[in-house]
Design a protein around this ligand. Structure first.
Ligand code: AMP
Length: 192
């Protein structure tokens, strides 16, 4: 299964992606996680993206596409994958189409987790308080900026996937189990 998961920051994409990955046995390819790892390791890539990410802005389309294509060359992505955080703009959608064409593949579905902005902000604040995950870009100001950027850049992309009949809208409110149940219903339908 080849999937994309989309949703505003705070929609619970990462959590749901981990569950989808475990349930369907496909790697969870998260551009945010890969970029944060590059920063933590102090690689060339990490140094290039550090400032842009700390401001809540987007890394260049070409750079992210290259990171994704390289990751998909690994063996575990041969039978499928779940893209989380990419594509994020209409330009990145075109770059993903090129990657898919080079690989002779098609997407099965694009999952969109939808939540109201106040729920997103509340979740971010809860996440910040838990010591398990501390992110440099988790503060209300940067978060609002990430939400703004998400809406501005991501919305046009949704129309493209809607036209292609790939977009599946999923209510992202409620518990992790509630949301996963909705995703499962959609993907079980897609597989049959
Ligand atoms: P995320 O964990 O997906 O919220 O990503 C965190 C940050 O990584 C974003 O705010 C961007 O700075 C950067 N990033 C992740 N994915 C992309 C992408 N597809 N295009 C551009 N920047 C990205």
């Amino acid at each position: 299964m080849r999937l994309v998961i989309l949703g505003p920051p705070g929609a619970g994409k990462g959590t749901q992606a981990a569950r989808i990955s475990a349930t369907w046995g496909i790697p969870h390819v998260s551009t945010g996680a890969m970029l944060r790892e590059a920063i933590a390791e102090g690689t060339d890539l990490g140094r290039r993206v550090e400032d842009v990410m700390a401001r809540g802005h987007l890394v260049s389309d070409e750079l992210v596409a290259e990171v994704v294509e390289q990751r998909l060359r690994r063996d575990d992505a041969r039978k499928g994958y779940l893209l989380d955080g990419f594509p994020r703009t209409a330009a990145q959608t075109a770059l993903l189409d090129e990657i898919l064409a080079r690989r002779g593949e098609r997407l099965d579905a694009v999952l969109l987790l939808e939540i109201p902005e106040d729920v997103a902000i509340e979740r971010m604040q809860t996440r910040r308080k838990s010591s398990r995950e501390v992110r440099a870009d988790d503060n209300v100001e940067t978060f609002r900026e990430r939400l703004r950027v998400y809406t501005e850049k991501t919305q046009p992309m949704l129309e493209l996937y809607e036209k292609q009949g790939l977009l599946r809208r999923i209510d992202g409110t409620g518990s992790i189990d509630d949301v996963f149940g909705r995703i499962r219903a959609v993907l079980d339908g897609a597989a049959s």
